[in-house]
Design a protein around this ligand. Structure first.
Ligand code: GLC
Length: 753
């Protein structure tokens, strides 16, 4: 096989706002999306349609460049791209000339048959973070990865690939930051200096274009903001999806579902969601109910609603081959399924037995799929769990011949799950008529945050998986995915009671708090672990409900800026080497002010690294100075959780479900500190889209230690807060500071202390 290396620039022209540079091998297009985002697309056959599943923005019509003898220089207010013409290489600098990242001068972009690879310079101190759901450490230097969405059942903490594809990473070196998003859906590869004698990093794919977006903002926050501007942000999730979720494969009957839900209420353990896994269906046929075990779905859901529970049902892509089954017949009649090149339908086996697979890349199929949800929304389902959408089938090896419309499996596999989630989201959103659906998907591609939450698939009931899961959640947060979770307790195997308790306490600080287990595993509900443990689990779930006003405001921040709820410390403490230490790499900020140190179930004490600043332990208000390692007690009743000095955390009284009105009291907890801080408090009805028409309640809360003042800005939006009274709760302030309460009006409130 020949290797082709991108050669000399023959011509440089301008076409529809893009700079087009032709070489004997290919043409390269340079497009500017914003001062900090530049796209390079090098292709052998540029497709004028230039479509993307991930990107929702368009390039600028015009940008500034200068043609020099050997180079072309593209300049924005933030970036300089130096294009060397002979041979054609691309090198990025900050506007003031610091080298950010660029092609390896020897190889740059190359082809070996269809496979296209970009070789890049590697800096001695360069670190890499990102790629979403990937095994390994926070710093991915020295590792390599493959993106090929896989049903990674029984995966370990080193398995690669897993279920999702997020070809976006952030590089850090010389005190600088940059991001790179490789928008290519083929099987792709990333090598962060694994086997190049520290000479190069490289990435590429089995086909398609060398099509990447370079982000040059000088902070991870700004890079995330830019990346989620380009690929979209999540909408406000339904508030109920942020409560406690109880799942199992499977609660086998309506009676069992109802009994479990009622038990939560009898025991006063807060919860919002219960799931039906595959056994609710008739023969695993999607959009059907088992008539014997779930004879009256509407009645069941009405009873659930009466006790403030919502139901989420699983929906897999495989459509059972069954002449009596409507979806099968419609799909065949309309040509909605994947085929072989000779037109025969592709068949593979999964839960229902022999199946065909909808072509979610086709808009008409997505519409059809969306409308079919009436079988679930009719009885009252509001949450839809998309599983097995890598797509998975027994044997796991879908032939490369399989066609989805004009495209073959190798090109679309990595976006199949995302397109299913898109169809599910758009369809159910339309049917639910101004109610927010909750979508959860296992497979995903960059941009999935616009449609769905994700979870990390079939983990195992071990301490190791618990810590690994946290790393996955933190890493997903670096790719625009904020509403993320893991199977709390572990899917395969049985946790010890201690692990169950510990994992549940970490679940409080996981964006999506869902307990789930595989068939055959011991029951996992909070009362299965002995009376004493039940009380600990209950207390932790109560803590989650107290924190919901803070968590909901955190999701508002995600929806506005792309900043995730669970944040690796690399986001805010990028320059601090200690946070990359494998000992502390799982620690994360949950929202603006809470730092969580995950710890295994058997530890009684643990070393925690607190970054710069002062910190308070949430459970005791004990104060610590940062930029040091502290050793703290970590009994199962007290996960090490800290609040940043100056932290502002709104909380509410315990409620049993987000449907409850509560007592109308909003507590604004403030931890003393020497630096001022502000928090954007956000509230809306939690269930509808009215917030998009102004029906929200938003105010900025400022803590100003110089003026010794807390200021609540005037309220924005026309939504009436459900809290009639606000009470400030002081932590770490001098004795004698008294509680301050006020009626929750809309005017500015200032409290001095
Ligand atoms: C897959 C899912 C798991 C689900 C099971 C049965 O293994 O990952 O969450 O419970 O299928 O539907």
């Amino acid at each position: 096989m020949q290797v082709e290396i991108l050669g000399n620039a023959d011509t440089v022209t301008e076409q529809n706002g893009a700079l087009v540079v032709k070489t004997p091998q290919a043409q390269a297009r340079v497009m500017v999306y914003s001062p900090t985002i530049i796209r390079i697309c090098i292709s052998k056959n540029f497709d004028e349609a230039d479509s993307s599943f991930a990107v929702i923005e368009k390039p600028l019509d015009k940008f500034t460049y200068q043609k020099l003898t050997d180079t072309i220089e593209v300049s924005t207010s933030a970036l300089k791209l130096v294009i060397n013409k002979n041979p054609l290489r691309f090198n990025f600098y900050t506007a003031d000339g610091n080298a950010l990242s660029g092609d390896d001068a020897r190889f740059g972009t190359t082809w070996q048959a269809e496979r296209v690879i970009n070789y890049r310079k590697l800096y001695a101190d360069e670190k890499f973070i990102g790629l979403g759901e990937k095994a390994g450490d926070l710093n991915r230097r020295g590792c390599n990865y493959v993106n090929w969405n896989t049903d990674a059942a029984m995966h370990t903490i080193t398995t690669d690939p897993l279920y999702k594809t997020f070809p976006f990473f952030i590089g850090l070196h010389s005190g600088l930051t940059y991001g790179l998003f490789f928008d290519n859906t083929h099987k792709s590869y990333f090598d962060f200096g694994a086997t190049t004698d520290e000479q190069m990093s490289w990435f590429g794919a089995d086909g398609g274009d060398m099509n990447y977006y370079f982000f040059g903002a000088q902070s991870i926050r700004n890079i995330l903001e830019d990346y989620t501007w380009l690929t979209g942000r999540m909408e406000m999730p339904p508030l109920w999806s942020l409560g406690y979720q109880q799942c199992r494969w499977s609660y086998m009957s309506a009676n069992e579902v109802l009994a479990i839900a009622r038990k939560f209420r009898e025991k006063n353990i807060p919860a919002d969601v219960i799931y039906c896994d595959i056994d609710y269906m008739d023969g695993f046929k999607i959009f059907t109910w088992n008539k014997e075990t779930f004879p009256d779905p509407k009645g069941m859901i009405a009873e659930l609603k009466a006790i403030n529970f919502r139901l989420v049902t699983i929906v897999d892509p495989g459509i059972k081959i069954d002449e009596e089954y409507a979806e099968y017949k419609e799909g065949v009649a309309n040509n909605y399924f994947a085929t072989y090149p000779n037109g025969e339908l592709f068949t593979a086996s999964v839960w229902p037995g022999r199946c065909h697979f909808p072509d979610f890349l086709n808009e008409e199929v997505r519409e059809w799929w969306g409308v079919s949800f009436k079988a679930l929304t009719g009885p009252g389902v509001e949450g839809f769990w998309n599983d097995m959408n890598e797509p998975a089938a027994w044997g796991q090896n879908m032939p490369w011949l399989v066609k989805f419309g004009e495209k073959f499996m190798p090109e679309i596999r990595n976006v199949y799950g995302m397109q299913m989630a898109r169809a599910t989201y758009n369809g159910t959103k339309r049917i639910l008529n101004n109610k927010r659906p909750f979508i959860l998907t296992r497979a995903a591609y960059a941009g999935t945050q616009r449609y769905s939450a994700v979870w990390t698939g079939d983990n195992a009931a071990t301490d190791e998986h618990m810590l690994f899961g946290q790393r996955l959640v933190n890493s997903l947060g670096l790719t625009g995915m904020s509403l993320t979770g893991v199977d709390i307790g572990g899917f395969m195997g049985n946790p010890t009671p201690e692990l169950m308790v510990r994992w549940n306490s970490l679940g409080v600080y996981t964006p999506m708090f869902r307990n789930h287990a595989a068939k055959g595993m011991v029951m996992r509900e909070p009362w299965q672990w002995g009376e004493e443990n039940e009380q600990v689990i209950k207390k932790d779930i109560e803590q989650r409900y107290k924190l919901l006003p803070y968590i909901y405001s955190g999701f508002y921040q995600s929806a506005q800026t792309g900043l995730p709820l669970s944040r690796t410390l690399a986001i805010d403490y990028t320059a601090d080497e200690n946070i990359f230490d494998v000992k502390y790499q799982n620690q994360f900020l949950f929202g603006d002010s809470i730092l969580v140190a995950p710890v295994i179930s058997t530890a009684e004490t643990v070393d925690v690294y607190l970054p710069a600043g002062d910190w308070y332990r949430l459970s005791s208000d004990e104060k610590y100075t940062g930029k040091q390692v502290i050793n703290v007690q970590c009994p199962l009743t007290d996960l090490p959780v800290f609040v940043k000095a100056g932290g502002i955390i709104p909380m509410q009284s315990i409620i049993q479900s987000t449907n409850e009105q509560g007592d109308g009291l909003l507590f604004i907890h403030i931890w003393n500190g020497s630096q001022s801080n502000e928090f954007i408090y956000y509230e809306d009805d939690g269930t509808s889209y009215d917030y998009q028409k102004g029906a929200y309640y938003k105010r900025t809360i400022v803590f100003d230690p110089q003026k010794k003042e807390i200021i609540f800005s005037a309220v924005e939006g026309i939504y009436q807060s459900k809290y009639s009274k606000v009470e400030v709760v002081w932590h770490g302030f001098e004795e004698g500071v008294l509680g301050s309460e006020f009626e929750n009006g809309s005017e500015i409130i200032s409290i001095t202390y």
